[in-house]
Design a protein. Structure first.
Length: 77
C-alpha cells in the first residue's frame, strides 16, 4: 500500500509535475500583468496626443490630402 508514497504526502513523480505546472501558472500570471501594463501605456499615449499631432499622422499616412490638412489645421489653430 505504501509503494507510491514517499513520505511527503505526494506520490512518486508528482513533485516534478506540480513544480512544472506551478511555474507555468506563475509565468502566465506575470505575462498577463506585463501585457496589461503595456496596454495601459498604449492607451495613455493615444489619449494624451495633441490634435495637431493626430492631424500630422493622418496626413503622413495619406488618409487626408494637403488641402484637407491645411483646412483642418486652420480650424485647430
Amino acid at each position: 500500500m505504501m509503494g507510491y508514497y514517499n513520505g511527503y504526502g505526494i506520490g512518486l513523480g508528482m513533485g516534478f509535475f506540480s513544480w512544472v505546472f506551478m511555474a507555468l501558472f506563475w509565468a502566465a500570471v506575470i505575462w498577463l500583468i506585463v501585457w496589461l501594463v503595456n496596454q495601459n501605456k498604449q492607451y495613455n499615449q493615444h489619449k494624451n496626443r495633441q490634435p495637431l499631432d493626430a492631424l500630422k499622422e493622418r496626413y503622413a499616412k495619406g488618409e487626408i490630402t494637403k488641402k484637407e490638412y491645411n483646412s483642418i489645421k486652420k480650424d485647430i489653430e
